[in-house]
Design a protein around this ligand. Structure first.
Ligand code: SF4
Ligand code: SF4
Length: 368
């Protein structure tokens, strides 16, 4: 999918490379995109850390039968359950009913989809804490080695398809489940504590898990966004949705001086300096390319088909748009009572301590 898209992108939008030196009309504005993005990333990272600590406290409280400090379960933890989000999404699409168990998974998944639909794969470069940590790591690598390393093209292309293969497995599994099967799975003892199992995966990580995570972290120091680029099925899904976005990084051939700074800065290794529009599913709308471009009006994030300054989307508008999506959807869920999962205390005290012993719910032949 990516390979085809990129080929057609190159075929359609490839323009002549450097043929003559053009006069630089230096931009006067001071770029603030990376400061704004960093602030949004940090806010989401801190929010997720808070959710993680709060959730861990809640799990400890439930495991000890109320002996530790009481904490309420933060529903935001369901943002870490993408498969559940996908299932809930299908359930709502099929039944037009909002789920009662883990409804926040549906609203958060919808917010991620909507942000990708409107602002390209901004989920990865503005919101996702894994993407943020990944970015810190490759920036550390750049500090240490004065560069990041690129995977050779013959290896890069097949590696990139891995995330789509993983994604298709999950999409197929969810697509073949009926709405009834989803409801049954989500309400099963296993489904009720998938969040606790996810915490246990990290909390009780064995040596293999630790080795794999350490390997990914080390690879991310050398190769920009290693996990996101090659393995993350969530990023793959957001990338595919982002192809429908009305926004594109757009280069003005007349204003561009062909300095190639944008291509060098692009963490997705896209040939920004050679294209008129970036249509690739790998573009994360991080605006790194725009930030380094020295030429006035040469590079910007634009609404498709728009002309003039009004078609440009500023980083402030992106940040505000994403805030509206999140505050709007989460606010709606909270106001209508579709945010928290309400389970009897005895069910929580029974299931949480034995989360890892719960058998995967086989729903007919349709288990995910
Ligand atoms: S093209 Fe620009 S916005 Fe897209 S990933 Fe590359 S640097 Fe980021
Ligand atoms: S950074 Fe890219 S878009 Fe800007 S002038 Fe250089 S080549 Fe052109």
């Amino acid at each position: 999918m990516t390979i085809t898209a990129e080929k057609s992108e190159r075929g359609l939008a490839l323009v002549s490379s450097i043929t003559s030196r053009k006069r630089l009309v230096r931009r006067e504005d001071k770029d603030s995109s990376q400061r704004i993005r960093f602030a949004v990333q940090t806010a989401f990272l801190l929010l997720n850390l808070w959710i993680g600590v709060q959730f861990w406290m809640w799990v400890r409280w439930a495991e000890t039968g109320g002996q530790t400090t009481a904490a309420s379960r933060p529903a935001g933890v369901e943002g870490w359950l993408p498969i559940e989000g996908l299932m809930q999404f299908k359930y709502v699409a099929a039944t037009a009913h909002l789920p009662r168990i883990h409804p926040a998974a549906f609203f958060l998944f919808s917010a991620f989809v909507l942000s990708s639909l409107l602002f390209r794969k901004s989920f990865c470069s503005w919101i996702c804490p894994v993407g943020t940590v990944s970015e810190y790591l490759w920036k550390l690598g750049r500090q240490l080695f004065r560069r990041n390393f690129t995977v050779p093209r013959w290896m890069d292309l097949p590696l990139r398809s891995l995330k789509y293969i993983v994604l298709s497995f999950f999409v197929y599994a969810v697509a073949t489940m009926s709405a009834e099967a989803i409801a049954e799975f989500v309400a099963s003892p296993y489904g009720l504590v998938v969040d606790v199992r996810m915490l246990n995966f990290f909390r009780l990580a064995g040596s293999t898990t630790i080795l794999v995570l350490a390997g990914l972290a080390v690879a991310s120091v050398f190769v920009q966004n290693f996990w996101c680029r090659y393995l993350c099925p969530y990023g793959a899904l957001m990338g595919m949705i982002s192809m429908l976005s009305p926004l594109r990084i757009t280069r003005s051939e007349s204003a561009c001086i062909d300095c190639a700074k944008c291509a060098k800065a692009c963490p997705a290794v896209l040939p920004v300096d050679k294209l008129v529009q970036i249509r690739s599913a790998e573009c994360m709308a991080c605006l790194e390319c725009v930030a380094v471009c020295p030429a006035k009006d040469a590079l910007s994030l634009k609404v498709l088909g728009g002309t003039g300054a009004r078609s440009r989307v500023s980083p402030w508008q992106m940040a505000a748009g994403m805030a509206i999506i999140f505050v709007g959807l989460v606010g709606y869920a909270k106001l209508t009572g579709h945010w928290d999962t309400h389970l009897p205390q005895e069910v929580i005290w029974k299931l949480v301590p034995s989360a890892n012993e719960q058998e995967h719910a086989i729903v007919g032949n349709e288990a995910p």
